[in-house]
Ligand binder design. Structure first.
Ligand code: HEM
Length: 145
């Protein structure tokens, strides 16, 4: 099989790159994108990209799938990608996605005081009308006498 430095997405033997390697190509003169497990070398496309070079640069060095999809690229944009395809990502090297979970400590220290003051406000809102009513009644009794 002849050695080749570039591949098309229809290749049966795509070049596999690690996530670390992809992350290193994050400069204006050397920019790779990771989109849907596929890797694209968009260095030559930077100046021609209708969305500008800065968005491509900021999407490099990470998984850019969501960024790419969020823009709602046209079918012709997706066909254009083929030209820049250079291989696939080694999935075992991709760091697991982190979803933000509020630490347990923070949940007890910051949330509970709010709950306590919420309860205080509710009780006050309930009591104040009764206090006013009681006061009005007392004044009425006092002025009658
Ligand atoms: C190989 C990868 C990419 C190719 C071939 C590509 C191609 C294109 C093309 C052809 C357009 C014109 C509009 C269209 O036809 O949809 C476009 C617009 C745009 N692209 Fe990309 N793009 C790529 C990656 C990205 C990435 C990773 C981002 C990151 C956010 C991005 C952001 C944008 C933005 C913001 C626009 C402008 C949308 C507008 O103003 O209408 N693109 N791109």
């Amino acid at each position: 099989m002849a050695a080749s430095s570039s591949y098309s997405s229809s290749d049966h033997n795509p070049k596999i790159h690690s996530y670390d390697e992809v992350s290193k190509h994050n400069q204006i003169k050397d920019c790779w994108l990771l989109i849907s497990r596929k890797i694209y070398d968009v260095t030559q496309f930077m100046d021609d990209h209708p969305g500008g070079d800065q968005v491509l640069l900021s999407a490099s060095g990470k998984d850019a799938t969501d960024d790419f999809e969020d823009v709602g690229h046209s079918e012709s944009a997706k066909e254009m990608m083929e030209k820049y395809y250079i291989g696939e990502i080694d999935l075992s090297t991709v760091p697991a996605k982190r979803t933000y979970v509020l630490p347990a400590q923070q949940q007890t220290t910051t949330r509970n005081p709010n709950k306590t003051s919420d309860l205080g406000i509710t009780i006050l809102q309930f009591l104040v009308p009764f206090l006013i009513l009681g006061l009005a009644f007392a004044i009425r009794q006092f002025t009658k006498n």
